[in-house]
Design a protein around this ligand. Structure first.
Ligand SMILES: Nc1ccn([C@@H]2O[C@H](COP(=O)(O)O)[C@@H](O)[C@H]2O)c(=O)n1
Ligand SMILES: O=P(O)(O)OC[C@H](O)CO
Length: 312
């Protein structure tokens, strides 16, 4: 990048806001504090900054409100509060669906809600069968964003009578024989991904992604992929897909609130964003990505650190 080069555009990123109008609490294992009420203030800090920075769009990487809202019959109210905060920004907001979206709403309700941002990309009525919430759009010429649905093959968000639910249950039980399927089969290593609060990609979604990426390769575009979770049940299929398309630059996810970063041997950047919900009120957890012709530069705020993402 030349000195003084201007970005083509910039976009905002944020994950795991998990807003709820309740007192602070802890995660399931009681090892991490969660700041449910304050998360709206951290979102406000983000939207103000993005407005100053004139970002073109924002990617909300899932778990916008917490599952506790459902227990308090407050799902709609909490969603309304968070959406109003996002609406203060003039940028288009693209929403990814995480496990907490499905704790609060069923898939049909989500499709009809303000969390269905596929319409903003011009493909609202063009989602795949089984209401798979995956879509793509071009934020600027030469660049493509893909939103994925890794709760496509999952127990959560799928009707228990559906074939997809039955196949997902069989798959999960092949790897996890705990009576509580949210309890991981092991505490270390990759097998711990086989829990009910995770999921995976159907063959249909992978075929669609392959087509999208093939076209992007041909057009010599730079692609960033957004997904709620970093380690899907069939993450191997996703990894080989990303690595086999030269257009892919970056895979961004949320869900694991500690965050993480890795650049693989194909030069694809894998970023997991630190979650807002486990961020102290005196800090922040959002980022702005400046997109240049030869690299992207992530400027993080608070817990999120800066990164230079060279194109592979
Ligand atoms: N035995 C368990 C473990 C977790 N959950 C739920 O799964 C999600 C992840 O939990 P953490 O709080 O550890 O991040 C979350 O949605 C838990 O409510 C569970 O139900 N049973
Ligand atoms: O956001 P939660 O409560 O579903 O927790 C997600 C887990 O921490 C993922 O490792």
């Amino acid at each position: 990048m030349e000195d003084g080069a201007q970005p083509v555009f910039a976009f905002g990123i944020i994950a795991d806001i998990q807003y709820a109008d309740i007192e602070d609490g802890l995660n399931f294992l009681r090892t991490r504090k969660r700041f449910y009420r304050n998360s709206i203030q951290l979102l406000r800090n983000a939207t103000r900054r993005w407005e100053e920075q004139r970002v073109k769009c924002v990617l909300q990487l899932g778990d916008i409100i917490d599952g506790f809202n459902k227990r308090h019959d407050a799902s709609e109210q909490a969603l309304d509060t968070v959406i109003k905060e996002f609406e203060k920004s003039s940028a288009d907001v693209h929403h990814v669906w995480g496990n907490h979206e499905f704790y609060n709403f069923c898939r049909e309700t989500l499709l009809a809600s303000s969390l269905n941002s596929a319409a903003k990309a011009g493909c609202g009525s063009d989602l795949m069968a089984d209401d798979i919430y995956a879509y793509e759009f071009s934020p600027a010429p030469g660049f493509r964003f893909v939103v994925l649905d890794s709760y496509d093959v999952s127990l959560i968000g799928r009707d228990e009578s559906s074939e997809k639910y039955k196949r997902s249950l069989k798959l999960l039980q092949e790897h996890n024989d705990n009576p509580d399927l949210n309890h991981p089969p092991v505490f270390y290593g990759l097998e711990q991904r086989f829990v009910k609060f995770n999921g995976g990609f159907s063959r249909e979604q992978l075929l669609w992604l392959d087509e999208v990426l093939t076209l992007a390769d041909q057009k010599q575009e730079r692609v960033t992929v957004f997904n709620p979770i970093c380690l899907a049940w069939n993450y191997e299929a996703m990894l080989s897909m990303l690595r086999s398309h030269k257009s892919v630059v970056c895979f961004m996810a949320g869900h694991d609130h500690d965050g993480g970063y890795y650049v693989d041997e194909s030069g694809v950047h894998h970023i997991t964003l630190e979650g807002v919900i486990e961020t102290r009120p005196d800090s922040n957890a959002f980022g702005t990505v400046y997109v240049y012709e030869d690299q992207m530069v992530l400027k993080g705020s608070g817990r999120i650190s800066d990164k230079v993402l060279k194109y592979p």
